[in-house]
Design a protein around this ligand. Structure first.
Ligand SMILES: *Cc1c(COP(=O)(O)O)cnc(C)c1O
Length: 394
């Protein structure tokens, strides 16, 4: 029997983090780390940001929870902030990314079946995508490894290769309800979507009356250098989903839609006990207001350009490094072999990074990361990758 009473669902790194502030984390031995993971794109304003902490402390003294059967001014305000700063008009709050995608899939089906009176239900997604771990969202995910042992999977999901317009067109039929994609496939290896392809997907959705759903759970909240990644493109989604960075670490998900799709959900058609609770919404409001006040997305764009340029310059002659790719501060270093040893060594030297698939080192510093911190991270990465490449050749 193992010492732990937890399900072994994570291959955890051997580090116990107990404190964080800004870009820094400390473990239970007092060792300091530079955090280029941000809890997987969650703590986008850094750890324990003062504005969010103060809002949470204030709300802790007032009201933690009440039912969604009562009106909720914090939820109204958070939704208004999101709508005013995006192409969406309406918001449904839940508690995680998977739940937000689940809500989007339900909205797409119900829009066709109840508003338009068509028996459409199929959602087309892309290979290598990641959309979550509930039964519907793992079925939507275009990676077999998340599906093993969970049969039977829900019906109504179809996958086509990313950037293959012909395959996408061929997959559309009279059951198709929506197309769903990430603008940078994050878990799948940090693969940015080509803007021309996205434009064609939008055209195809318009032609067939399909919903374009963007999964912005990792790319949203300033991560790619705009508040939402689709704002880089001249394409607007019908629906998009958020979670991860939306509340600086408090668990919140959101599904946002244009007005046209609002009639698909009526009282009783979708609900959650914890979604949009006053305390969660205090974290959302403070996070968004701080991001806007600090121009955090713009800072992320600038820092992302700098980090990418420094990585490309330092790694260009390192054997085994294929490319540095991504958008804003969602960056992957693609190597020609598994990178778990390199990641372990970077952790030992005080830089926290995470993988994205076996061969990609993923960098997700907070949006306010400094050039000094970037320089420190890049020199550690270059040193470790160079040493490992030399050891391999010897
Ligand atoms: C993390 C992630 C999810 C799932 O979010 P959870 O909060 O873990 O359920 C879905 N889609 C994308 C793109 C993600 O990065």
């Amino acid at each position: 029997m193992s010492d732990s009473a937890l399900f072994p669902t994570y291959a955890r790194f051997p580090i116990t983090l107990v404190k964080g502030k800004g870009s820094r984390l400390w473990d239970d031995q007092g060792k300091e780390y530079l955090d280029f993971a941000s809890g997987l794109a969650v703590t986008n304003l850094g750890h324990v940001p003062d504005a969010v902490k103060n809002a949470l402390v204030k709300q802790l003294d007032e009201l933690w929870h009440m039912s969604n059967l009562f009106s909720n001014p914090n939820q109204e305000k958070a939704a208004r902030l999101l709508a005013d700063n995006s192409c969406a008009d309406t918001v449904f709050f839940c508690n995680s990314g998977a739940e937000a995608n689940e809500a989007a899939i339900k909205l797409a089906r119900r829009y066709h079946q109840k508003v338009r009176g068509e028996e459409r239900y199929e959602v087309i997604t892309f290979t290598q995508s990641f959309h979550g771990r509930t039964l519907a969202t793992l079925t939507a995910t275009g990676q077999d490894k998340v599906k093993e042992g969970f049969l039977p999977l829900p019906a109504g999901f179809v996958h086509v290769p990313l950037h293959d317009l012909k395959a996408l067109e061929a997959a559309v039929n009279d059951r198709t309800a929506a197309v769903m994609l990430e603008l940078v496939q994050a878990e799948g290896g940090v693969i940015p979507v080509d803007p021309d392809f996205l434009r064609e997907v939008r055209k195809l959705c318009d032609k067939h009356g399909l919903l374009l759903i963007l999964d912005e759970i990792q790319t949203g909240m300033g991560r790619t250098g705009k508040l939402f990644a689709h704002q880089h493109y001249d394409v607007e989604p019908d629906v998009f989903t958020l979670a991860k960075g939306i509340a600086s670490g408090f668990p919140v998900g959101a599904m946002l839609a244009k007005e046209k799709f609002v009639p698909a959900f009526t009282a009783g058609s979708h609900a959650t006990t914890f979604g949009g609770t006053p305390i969660a919404m205090a974290a959302v409001i403070a996070t968004i207001e701080t991001m806007l006040k600090e121009n955090a997305p713009q800072k992320a764009a600038e820092a992302g350009d700098y980090l990418t340029a420094q990585l490309r310059a330092s790694l260009q002659d390192v054997p085994g490094v294929i490319e540095v790719r991504g958008k804003g501060l969602l960056i992957g270093i693609l190597c020609d072999a598994p990178v778990s040893e390199q990641i372990g060594e970077l952790h030992r030297r005080g830089l926290l990074v995470v993988p994205a698939g076996p061969n990609v080192i993923r960098l997700l510093p907070n949006l306010l990361v400094t050039h000094e911190e970037i320089d420190a991270a890049v020199s550690l990465i270059a040193a470790v990758l160079t040493e490992k490449a030399a050891a391999k050749q010897a």
